[in-house]
Design a protein around this ligand. Structure first.
Ligand code: GLA
Length: 401
């Protein structure tokens, strides 16, 4: 009897020892670059090396960007005779281990993409039935991040499928950020906290301010449709588990003002900051936006509280985000097609975050106001905040003690 109890206890402990995600990763939203938005499946090892070099050269590594992730299209169409995934030999002649080594040699981290179904969205081999084998391969290659998609999954249960991959990665033993990508279809914000480190909340992003582009059975979405698509999911975000508003389109054809707003909003929403542009061809303005350390600091704030919409009356969308040490970030976005004047009277607004029980108390405290794009102090909460904000541009501020 005693032996049986011990045996059961042993089995229980063994199962649970591998049934968890890697903790301590993504304590703040992951920052990096992903190939899909610009290159789709047209990727290769030179591109990855160039991007790694650009991370360093352009100051992006210094600003906090870390992961370089190859999306769909890195594999050969067939597994090998052992059932292993094979990198496309033309695109990646040196193999994935060598490429991961190169990325690591720059002090950066390396990510790959696969899919929970039988095939990826672009038709390459999916991980269904090969989860443990694939996870072992990723560990051998030195993979630090896995984006795990949801095409060709038939009647698979999403939660169970992502748990399988989580456990497979854990068993393989190399810490990997698990990026869940099922487009919010199964509401991962209600079940994925202990499974992945981030989960997409919508279908694919596209480089427009406010549009939907149909592709038959699915649509791509502009910046504002993505921000507005889900109801109140902010409570699901926090250290180690983030709502992912998709790879960014900064530098991909929006105006500079729209890029600033897009970047400000992804930072406010504690979304992972995953660049999606061609860094080899990025303009000065694009790099300036993407590497704005004061905006990034809002995204990376250690409390990890996702912003809430304070109001969207008139021409301005106003978002607020509690930060550590009683400070706050705010974004005033001009949604109009022409410049607008903001005149914000602090005493007439009760700003608070009920979910986290925080109030912005401007009666008993005076906060200094820092403009995070112009890097200047612009007064304090004792006076109205006045500014002219260009069309689709943002005034992003930090209220400092
Ligand atoms: C899905 C994902 C995209 C991208 C493609 C690759 O559409 O949502 O982000 O990974 O698949 O095929």
């Amino acid at each position: 009897m005693k032996n049986r109890t011990l045996l059961l206890l042993f089995i229980f402990i063994s199962i649970n020892a591998f049934s968890q995600k890697f903790e301590g990763l993504a304590e703040t939203p992951p920052m990096g670059w992903n190939s899909w938005n610009t290159f789709a499946t047209d990727i290769n090892e030179e591109l990855v090396k160039d991007i790694a070099d650009k991370f360093v050269e352009l100051g992006l590594k210094d600003a906090g960007y870390e992961y370089i992730v190859l999306d769909d299209g890195w594999m050969s169409m067939e597994r090998d005779e052992n059932g292993d995934l094979v990198p496309d030999p033309v695109k990646f002649p040196s193999g994935m281990k060598a490429l991961a080594d190169y990325v690591h040699s720059k002090g950066l981290k390396f990510g790959l993409y696969n899919d929970a179904g039988t095939k990826t969205c672009a038709g390459y081999p999916g991980s269904r039935g090969y989860e443990y084998q694939d996870a072992k391969k990723y560990a051998e290659w030195g993979v630090d991040f896995l984006k795990y998609d949801w095409c060709n999954t038939g009647k698979q249960n999403a939660e169970a499928s992502y748990i399988t991959m989580r456990d497979a990665l854990y068993k393989a033993g190399r810490p990997v950020v698990l990026s869940i990508c099922e487009w919010g279809d199964n509401e991962p914000w209600t079940w994925a906290e202990d499974i992945g480190h981030m989960w997409r909340v919508t279908g694919d992003i596209i480089n427009c301010w406010d549009c939907e582009v149909g592709h038959g059975t699915w649509s791509s979405w502009g910046i504002w449709p993505i921000i507005n698509m889900r109801g109140n999911i902010r409570k699901a975000a926090g250290p180690g588990h983030w709502n992912d508003y998709d790879m960014m389109e900064v530098g991909n054809g929006l105006t500079d003002a729209e890029d600033r707003t897009h970047f400000a909003m992804w930072s406010m929403l504690t979304s992972p900051l995953i660049m999606g542009n061609d860094l080899r061809a990025a303009s000065k303005e694009t790099v300036k936006t993407l590497s704005n350390k004061e905006v990034i600091a809002v995204n990376q704030d250690k409390l990890g509280i996702q912003a809430l919409r304070f109001s969207n009356e008139g021409d301005f969308e106003i978002w607020v985000k509690p930060l550590a040490d009683g400070e706050w970030a705010m974004a005033f976005v001009n949604m109009a097609e022409e410049p607008k004047n903001l005149d914000f009277d602090w005493n007439k607004h009760q700003i608070g975050d009920d979910l986290n029980n925080r109030r912005l108390d401007v009666k008993n405290n005076t906060f200094q106001i820092r403009d995070l794009y112009n890097h200047t102090e612009i007064g304090n909460t004792g006076n109205n905040l006045k500014a002219t904000i260009g069309s689709h541009d943002v005034l992003m501020v930090r209220l400092k003690n």
